[in-house]
Design a protein around this ligand. Structure first.
Ligand SMILES: C[S@@+](CC[C@H](N)C(=O)[O-])C[C@H]1O[C@@H](n2cnc3c(N)ncnc32)[C@H](O)[C@@H]1O
Length: 258
């Protein structure tokens, strides 16, 4: 079907999204790493993925690698997946010289990761990536397939009450208090623009509450929910139950063969 007037074809929308990630990538670490709520949530994901039984980790939507790189330093074998070449270029630029095998960097969409066998990972981290994916249910389904029974998962996504305006205002306040707002004005405008484009409040996405409820109904173990981003997001942690077949439709509840 041809796109209607004023709408973008899938390919054009993909190109435009990538231009947005390219722009975001230039400012991402300079702005985000100044935000206390971002540093806190990164630390939370790293902690969840450095439990003793978690050695092989997949980081979905790894971006510039702030979780990935800490996990590598902590001795984990990490596979970083992201669809954006620009984001992954930032990640690569931060790698020390030497071992090129860890992290393994995969440029791919999270919705289809057929190159990995069922149960390939002991741990899976998704930090604010599902909201940006076109088919978040498929991406979540895929990551559950890749997690071995007993494996740990940590996901932070927007809550139902997510309010982009309020979060951006708070973030701008942090920059202002640090005396960084004017010197970093250009970076800040990039961050705002990208967040406005992917505003989860305007996209069909899975809220953190949806994910938590789904995991609870699937019998996830050691399940917890914690606020993040000053209450705008939520972090779900849990372990995949042993009885969950990799081919079950885990996310929308329908049972079907893949
Ligand atoms: C807000 S950033 C989060 C990056 C990183 N997890 C962090 O917290 O710093 C979202 C990331 O999701 C990636 N992304 C968007 N759509 C994707 C898809 N379909 N498959 C894989 N990654 C995707 C973007 O390229 C971007 O790097």
């Amino acid at each position: 079907m041809r796109p209607g007037r004023g709408t973008l074809s899938r390919a054009d929308a993909g190109d435009e999204n990538e231009r947005m990630w390219e722009s975001y990538a230039q400012a991402y670490d300079r702005i985000l790493l100044r935000m206390p709520f971002y540093r806190e949530v990164v630390a939370r994901h790293v902690k969840a993925m450095t439990q003793a039984h978690v050695l092989r980790v997949i980081d979905i939507g790894a971006g510039t690698g702030n979780v990935t790189l800490q996990l590598v330093r902590a001795g984990r074998e990490v596979t970083a997946v992201d669809s954006s070449p620009a984001m992954l270029a930032c990640l690569r630029a931060k790698l020390p010289q030497g071992d090129l095998s860890n992290p393994r960097i995969i440029r791919h969409s999270a919705e289809e990761l057929g190159q990995f066998a069922d149960g390939s990972f002991d741990g899976a981290s998704i930090l604010l990536a599902l909201y940006a994916v076109e088919r978040p249910k498929d991406a979540l389904q895929e990551v559950l397939r890749l997690l071995r029974p007993g494996g740990a998962i940590v996901i932070t996504e927007p809550r139902r009450c997510f309010d982009l305006r309020a979060l951006l205002d708070a973030a701008e306040g942090f920059l202002r208090d640090d005396g960084a707002l004017e010197p970093m004005r250009e970076d800040w405008e990039r961050v705002k623009e990208c967040n406005e484009r992917f505003d989860p409040g305007k996209r069909p996405t899975l809220s953190s509450e949806d994910i938590f409820e789904r995991f609870r109904s699937l019998g996830f173990e050691r399940l917890s929910f914690e606020d993040s981003h000053m209450g705008h997001c939520g972090t779900i942690r849990g372990c995949k139950p042993a009885g969950l077949a990799p081919t079950d439709r885990c996310v929308d509840g329908r049972a079907s063969a893949r």
